[in-house]
Each structure stands twice: as structure tokens, then as C-alpha cells.
Design a binder for this molecule. Structure first.
Ligand code: NI
Length: 185
């Protein structure tokens, strides 16, 4: 089932999300619904707060990048209870980001290129690994959602000033996009 995506101004996007247990009701269907919602809206990542649930659950699909990055062929993965444990700040990159919760806004964000993340997979097996490159970028963006942050919080004061009008319009629910949304208005 395709779920509506909560947009900027929805209070759930500003909450700190909580870990979930293996018996979280309807978890399998929820993960399937989040994948379907992400595919339908052409996103590469989706965090549970974006569909109105303040829980630590993220889905990522990078298959769309596999022409340039063969290692991402068929990469579709759910991250349960992800936590970024360390970031390697010795190397950062400034890359343009967008967000399904902030339609129409694309801004460069500086982030470390390597992070250490812990999470459980769909079988609730625990993992603790270093990831890098585009995946590290997407996971940082999605884990920000779990801390109540959105990517425009991280842009320069000058750029922030430049997107002020767009953010204000989003708060008023003045949004037009190709997928189903639920505005804060
Ligand atoms: Ni986002």
C-alpha cells in the first residue's frame, strides 16, 4: 500500500524516533509499504517519520544508481533501529540533496563520506559496519530524520535565507508534487 508522505511542518518530522522490538505490530507489512511508497515517489531513501511513525526504521534503494555504481545493483534494504556510531570527519563532501518531505527543494549539504552504523536487518540480526560513498550519504540523511532533523537544517545561513520562502510555503501546505502527501497545515 502506498502511504502518504508527511511534509515539512508535520510535527512528527521534528521528533526523536524510538527503537522498535521484533514484535512491533505489522512490521513486515510496514516495511513492504515503505518500499512501495519510496518506489512510487522515486525516492532513494525513506524514514518512518516521513510516513507519520516516530520509530527507527529506514528503507533504502540504490538500484537506480547501478549504471554508475555496479555495486548498488538490486540494492534494496531495510534498516531497523539504525544508529550512527561514528563518523570519519577526515573527508567530507558537498553534495546536493533533496527530500520527499521537502518537495521542490534541492540544496548542497556537507557530510562525512564514511560512517559506522549499527542496525538490525529484516531478520533482526544485528550489524555493525563502516559504510561509505553514496550509501553513507543516504543513511546520514535518513538517520537525521530519526533525530528530528531535515537536510535544510544543515545548509549554510546564506542558502537557508534563499529557501526561506519555499519552506514557508511548505508550512502553509502550498505544495504540488506527483505523490500523495500529508501537509502540516
Ligand atoms: Ni528526507
Amino acid at each position: 500500500m502506498v502511504l502518504p508522505i508527511y511534509t515539512y511542518g508535520q510535527p512528527v518530522l521534528r521528533k526523536t524516533a524510538t527503537d522498535i522490538a521484533e514484535d512491533y505490530p505489522g512490521l513486515k507489512e510496514l516495511i513492504a509499504d515503505m518500499f512501495e511508497t519510496m518506489y512510487k515517489s522515486d525516492g532513494v531513501g525513506l524514514a518512518a517519520p516521513q510516513i507519520g511513525r516516530s520509530i527507527r526504521l529506514v528503507v533504502v534503494t540504490l538500484d537506480v544508481l547501478s549504471d554508475d555504481f555496479p555495486e548498488y545493483k538490486d540494492f534494496n534494504k531495510a534498516y531497523i533501529n539504525p544508529h550512527i556510531l561514528e563518523t570519519d570527519s577526515s573527508h567530507t563532501e558537498l553534495i546536493e540533496e533533496g527530500c520527499l518531505s521537502l518537495p521542490g527543494i534541492h540544496e548542497p549539504v556537507r557530510r562525512p563520506t564514511r560512517i559506522r552504523i549499527s542496525y538490525q536487518d529484516e531478520n533482526f540480526e544485528s550489524h555493525d559496519e563502516w559504510v561509505e560513498g553514496y550509501l553513507a550519504r543516504v543513511l546520514q540523511h535518513e538517520c537525521d530524520h530519526l533525530e528530528g532533523r531535515v537536510f535544510t537544517d544543515l545548509i549554510s545561513p546564506l542558502r537557508k535565507q534563499m529557501v526561506k520562502g519555499k519552506l514557508a510555503a511548505l508550512l502553509k501546505g502550498k505544495v504540488r508534487c506527483a505523490y500523495k502527501i500529508k501537509t502540516g497545515k
